[in-house]
Design a protein around this ligand. Structure first.
Ligand code: SF4
Ligand code: SF4
Length: 198
């Protein structure tokens, strides 16, 4: 371990900026402004024309700049996108989670709250009586998913609507986390909810 006196360290932010030398054309300034405005105008009028033609049933093969018409049109996300958590289930519909507390322990934001209890089935040691995730505190690091030895928690729902008018509803409980939801990254056995298909 090097003996570093951190008090004497200074950061020269000027060295972290890559300087680009301007040529005469850029130094004159106005030609670049005109060039930038012409590029913006070209895209504006092109897209306006294409979208207007498409509104009247023409130029269907052309595609202008696209803005996703959310929420009717949803942007596809990668399979590895970390969306809202879900608790996976066994074939009998019960939770896979064995309340081992690993996810709660590793969570860097302390947003998982588990209350373990004895499982009524003597063949299963424990299960969570209560499993809550305070999604407002979650930083979506995925550590809980990585730590789980039972594949009991996943973040593959692709659900990104994590807002509400009431903060208390953003502490998701076990029943909510066990609901079947699906997104592009979710396994096919999880049927998409109705609002997804609308
Ligand atoms: S994704 Fe990270 S912050 Fe969120 S619950 Fe899991 S471990 Fe905690
Ligand atoms: S979700 Fe996984 S890591 Fe978390 S308590 Fe349950 S079994 Fe353990």
């Amino acid at each position: 371990m090097p003996n570093i006196d951190y008090a004497k360290l200074t950061v020269d932010y000027r060295t972290s900026v890559q300087k680009v030398e301007m040529g005469l054309w850029e130094k004159i300034y106005y030609p670049e402004i005109i060039r930038g405005l012409s590029i913006t105008a070209w895209h504006f009028f092109r897209n306006m024309t294409i979208h207007t033609l498409r509104a009247f049933g023409m130029a269907r093969e052309k595609r202008g700049a696209v803005t996703y018409q959310y929420p009717e049109e949803r942007r596809p996300v990668h399979r590895r996108y970390r969306g809202r958590h879900r608790l996976t289930k066994k074939e009998d519909g019960s939770e896979r989670c064995t309340a081992c507390m690993l996810c709660e322990t590793i969570c860097p934001t302390d947003c998982i709250y588990i209350t373990p209890e004895e499982h009524p089935n003597p063949g299963v040691e424990k299960h969570p009586r209560q499993y809550q995730i305070d999604i407002l505190r979650c930083c979506f690091c995925g550590y809980c998913v990585e730590a789980c030895p039972c594949d009991a928690i996943r973040m593959d729902t692709s659900v990104m609507e994590l807002s509400d008018w009431d903060r208390t509803r953003l502490v998701y409980d076990k029943e909510y986390l066990m609901r079947d939801v699906a997104g592009p990254g979710a396994p096919p056995e999880y049927a998409p909810p109705v609002w997804w298909l609308k």
